[in-house]
Design a protein around this ligand. Sequence first.
Ligand SMILES: [Fe+2]
Length: 316
Amino acid sequence: MSSGDYLPISVATLLPAKAVGLNLFQKEEESDRLMLYRGSDYPLNMDDLDRLRGRGVHLLYIAKDSGARYQAYLRRLLDPKSDSATVTPQLRAGALNEVVLDVLRTSFGNRHVTETVASIGKLGALTAEIITRDEFAVSDLFRVLHHDYATFTHSTNVAFYSGILAAALGYSQEEVERITTGGLLHDLGKLEIDDRILCKPGKLDEKEFRQVKRHPSLGFRKLAKRTDLCEGQLMMVYQHHERLDGKGYPVGNVGKNIHPWAKVCAVADVFEALTSQRPYRQPLSRAKALEIQQRDSGTAFDPEVLECWTAVIQNA
Ligand SMILES: [Fe+2]
């Protein structure tokens, strides 16, 4: 099998078990080759998991055809009735992240809008329910997020950040749900843009950048007629690259004409982009990302929203 036949899974989603139930593979450091780490009928105990984390191994791999079994296992972890003594908040955050990623990976992969919107509506609600629980800790989530450069990874992270930020700003539970769903959808227009441009290592030329800048309008146009999305969600899609000073795109609206939810999405979006791997650079630390965003407070970002996000991150 080639590496394309495997799926990365977060170590943080694994519980000690008498038998893993899945063949787990590990990436060799030098060669990037995948080697069997644990056969499906072998036990995995707490020491094994601690040792992996101690070595800085946060991802293992499973064969793609085991994906459905892994997803079923994750959904059992997310069930509110699952045993809260063994299913820690971090495990639950890890499971949630993998489930959201899987749904987005599949629906974005199919490039089918109706299906995408339908499947993520429920996910937005589930995500909001978990991130607004008392025992939820942002630091747990950070430990389990992936930071590669794929639109669905970016959208998953932006959805978590937007939901957490909305909750911290005092939005109602229902609004947090809608904002989280809006975060999952905000870059939908990128499905229309050539992957070679989106994944290009290095700077985009003017023509390529003009293409990328179409994605808010393309996404908005695809979703505008849907009755299951509200105005705020559509504005998250359409206005998340607008800036308070009117120098953003696609329209160049100034602050008072930018929807408050789009301002939330803008802060979450740029923070995610700065703290994730890009084809041309390493991820920045959270502190560095906040420092960069602070320079644009009041020009790109709404100061109050950014202030709130800074407090969330610094207290995580
Ligand atoms: Fe975007």
